[in-house]
Design a binder for this molecule. Structure first.
Ligand code: OGA
Ligand code: NI
Length: 363
């Protein structure tokens, strides 16, 4: 008799990943199917999971919440200083009184949640992996590159340089997303001005470098995870762009690396989270920090929803590097110049959890 163990004896990760991807049901679909343990493709290596519990206790002191009220009054210098300190030390801060109405924030979260909770058969029509344009629904942007998948689904809306048409956005969340983009982009311009001032640059310096032109919105949905100690919502990574503006709901789970500890970014009603991306760290010649952050797999019974907008430079074929005003004999350029296209290609061909790209361009 032939001894043939059969293919199922050897775990074939790619088969499992492909089957999941082809099903187009996302992690939400797995949870809906009643599964109580994680498919193997979602289980992260022990090493990556080893510091899941190393959370700082003094977190409320560490990630500052900055009050933006009176940003055009004589409070501005104090605000600039707080923002600048946060970017230099932690790369993350929250903002309050930023002018975006609470009901608009709540509606945006509800709309993204509503999209992910559409019947799978309806939602499937947006499922795809070629995501340079338009609107796409997918689970795990780096599904085929990551060593392990994570417990989240995402709807992505490309906002620039070639924005999706409003009609491409699923009708059930269209008005809310369009409104959010419009309001959040205005706020991003104000933030970039503050961040420029914090570096001693002209207020319009980032805008002039087209940093408001390229943007993408990600509406994440982190369903309840039956075994949250075995996976992540998003593994540790840095954001690639210039600046990220994040709206999160009340569930929590976002953590920022500070020294050897992970610091929670506590949900605060009405607050928004801001963080520096790799490109801004490079532009600022390391004055501002792009830091590692992650989202734990969601242990709570209900889903967690967050909506991130990533701003980056729109001009793909000009050279970027440390801004000349920030380079001097005392502070030589820490990075060589590069094309943004080269950078983005490298970013999207890597495992999100792998080392950040800043070191690649370091002199
Ligand atoms: C991201 C990210 C955090 C969150 O999308 O890059 O870090 O809370 N998201 O969803
Ligand atoms: Ni991120």
């Amino acid at each position: 008799m032939a001894v043939n163990g059969g293919a199922h004896q050897d775990y074939n990760r790619l088969d499992e990943v492909k089957q999941f991807d082809d099903s187009k049901i996302g992690v939400k679909g797995l949870v809906d199917s009643g599964l109580t343990s994680l498919p193997r493709m979602f289980i992260h290596p022990k090493g990556a999971l080893s510091d899941l519990k190393s959370v700082a206790r003094t977190e409320s002191q560490v990630i500052p919440t900055i009050d933006l009220s009176g940003v055009d009054s004589d409070r501005r210098p104090a605000i600039v200083e707080q923002v600048s300190n946060a970017c230099r030390k932690l790369g993350f801060f929250q903002i309050m009184n930023h002018g975006l109405p609470l009901d608009v924030m709540n509606r945006t979260i509800a709309a993204v949640k509503g999209f992910h909770e559409l019947p799978t058969e309806v939602k499937k029509q947006w499922y795809r992996r070629g995501i340079n344009t338009g609107v796409a629904f997918f689970s795990n942007v780096d599904l085929y590159k990551a060593k392990a998948a994570s417990w989240r689904d995402t709807i992505q809306v490309k906002l620039g340089p070639a924005p999706a048409e409003a009609e491409e956005i699923p009708e059930m969340c269209r008005n809310e997303i369009v409104e959010w983009i419009q309001q959040a982009s205005q706020l991003a311009e104000i933030l970039m001005e503050l961040l420029c001032e914090g570096l001693g640059l002209n207020v319009g310096r980032l805008k002039e470098m087209t940093c408001l032109e390229s943007k993408v919105l990600l509406g994440h949905y982190y369903p309840h995870c039956p075994q949250p100690d075995l996976t992540f919502g998003i593994p540790s990574h840095t954001d690639p762009g210039v600046l990220t503006l994040l709206l999160q709901d009340h569930i929590g789970g976002l953590q920022v690396k500070h020294g050897v500890e992970w610091v929670e970014v506590k949900p605060i009603p009405g607050a928004l989270v801001v963080n520096i991306g790799d490109i801004f760290q490079i532009l600022s010649n390391d004055e501002y920090k792009s830091v590692d952050h992650r989202v734990l797999a969601n242990p709570s019974p209900g889903p967690r929803v967050s909506v991130a907008i990533f701003f980056t430079a729109g001009n793909r074929d000009r050279l970027y590097g440390p801004i000349p005003e920030l380079v001097s004999p005392e502070k030589p350029a820490l990075y060589r110049q590069f094309m943004l296209d080269d950078y983005m290609t490298r970013f999207f061909t890597k495992d999100l959890a792998d080392k950040t790209l800043t070191d690649y361009y370091r002199t």
